[in-house]
Ligand binder design. Structure first.
Ligand SMILES: [Zn+2]
Length: 430
């Protein structure tokens, strides 16, 4: 359609589409012009010091680079220098502009990875095209994601001491020190071994992503501080939790530790937060009670409901010994019931000191880790448990790291490290 034809009456949508189709060419050229103007001194440069030894080198020739940014295609003809002593070629303009070795520049890469953290690579490619008019293959999406994920480190993903301090301050309104909640748990993720091209995929297995979430309670609100999940063993989990703990001023808060009955998480939470008040997750605890009731009295029977209510009520008042005593006196209906009752006794005995919901409530402590459950669902399940998705452990962990970074508000920092490692003009000569 020719909008300039005086008989044409394009709609707003048609006009906007026309802009989308042409703005890449138009703005790409604008960007190129702007660079040429702003950095004319670098484009005309005849001599430049070698970035390694400092020797003055003469420009050999102009070298051309095709670049794609969010604005479209641009071309850069800039002088290229070569230091014979160091056998090193370099373009000073690339360093100033922080140009990527790839054709698609960092602004695009950053957005592409951010989008891929939420939807499949193929879908990310479609959406990107739809919104920006730029075609990025799903291979590009995947490769860039891998590259950024490989540079994503826990030290960057967990907010800094200063950032954490600020959030605690936000929560410090009353006369009491605010409550900092540390909740840990595991979530099973579908994984498969890495297969080479043309090789049959290995058999899949479920592996546990261990993670924690740290947040502060402010009146009715939750102020998120940090989430961290990785497919890893418990020793690594302990190290990771220790790093996060080292960034929290533990004297400025009251600390609540929340978890289900898994031994590994208590071992590390209490080591990292020795003054923390241990709280057995109420919902997990209740689940165990239901399970025993179901085995003994039948599902949803009146007797089962009555017993569950009674038991939970007693646990609420920290009468754990009473409950255990009652369980011991119970006459099991059959072998299944016997086994469930036995398991419940072990569970309650192991977690005896962590059951005191009434006084938790009184002190303003949380009794359920709804906080980590929802973070877990959001971080692990939404992207990781898509039907048919089986993750190679490495890629799965990259995905978890990037998602945590986005959730923690530290993605900029993570991307910055990747960028510095992938500049076209690198000052790292190793
Ligand atoms: Zn040199």
């Amino acid at each position: 359609m020719d909008v300039f034809d005086k008989d044409s009456q394009p709609t707003l949508m048609e006009l906007s589409e026309l802009f989308t189709q042409t703005r890449q060419q138009f703005l790409g050229a604008c960007l190129q012009r702007l660079i040429e103007q702003k950095y004319s001194y670098l484009l005309a440069q005849e001599y430049s010091p070698c970035p390694k030894c400092g020797k003055s080198c003469k420009s050999r020739r102009y070298s051309s680079k095709q670049m794609v940014t969010m604005q479209g295609n641009s071309k850069l003809d800039r002088p290229w220098f070569y230091c014979t002593d160091c056998s090193l070629g370099f373009c000073p303009l690339d360093e100033v502009l922080e140009i990527s070795r790839k054709q698609h520049q960092f602004d695009i890469q950053k957005k592409a990875v951010n989008l891929s953290a939420d939807v499949t690579f193929a879908r990310a490619s479609d959406i990107f095209k739809e919104l920006s008019g730029q075609h990025l293959s799903d291979h590009f999406m995947h490769a860039t994601f891998d590259a950024v994920g490989a540079q994503a480190r826990q030290e960057d993903i967990i907010p800094s001491t200063e950032q954490i301090e600020k959030k605690i301050e936000q929560a410090s309104t009353g006369q009491w020190r605010p409550i900092l909640v540390v909740a840990s748990d595991g979530a099973n993720l579908p994984t498969r071994p890495k297969a080479k091209r043309n090789e049959k995929r290995g058999k899949g297995q479920w592996q546990e992503a261990k993670g924690f979430r740290i947040y502060v309670l402010a009146d009715e609100r939750i102020i998120h501080i940090a989430s961290w999940h990785q497919i890893q063993n418990e020793a690594q989990f302990g190290q990771d939790l220790a790093l996060a703990a080292s960034r929290v001023d533990q004297e400025s808060v009251r600390i609540a530790l929340l978890g289900d009955g898994a031994g590994w998480l208590w071992k590390h939470m209490t080591a990292c937060f020795p003054k923390g008040r241990e709280v057995l997750d109420y919902y997990h605890c209740a689940e165990h009670i239901y399970k025993a009731a179901k085995a003994q009295y039948g599902e949803k029977s009146e007797k089962a409901l009555h017993w569950v209510e009674n038991t939970i009520c007693r646990l609420f008042y920290a009468e754990v010994s009473n409950v255990i005593g009652g369980l011991r006196r119970m006459e099991p209906k059959d072998d299944i019931a016997k086994e469930e009752i036995r398991k419940l006794i072990v569970y309650l005995t192991n977690n005896r000191e962590r059951i005191h919901y009434k006084s938790d409530r009184k002190g303003g402590y949380p009794i359920g880790s709804g906080g980590i459950e929802s973070a877990n669902k959001f971080i692990c399940h939404t992207r990781m448990k898509r039907s048919g998705a089986w993750w190679v452990e490495e890629t799965g962990n990259e995905m978890l790291r990037i998602r945590c970074a986005i959730y923690n508000g530290t993605y900029d920092k993570v991307f910055e490290r990747y960028k510095q490692a992938n500049l076209s003009q690198t000052t790292n000569f190793c």
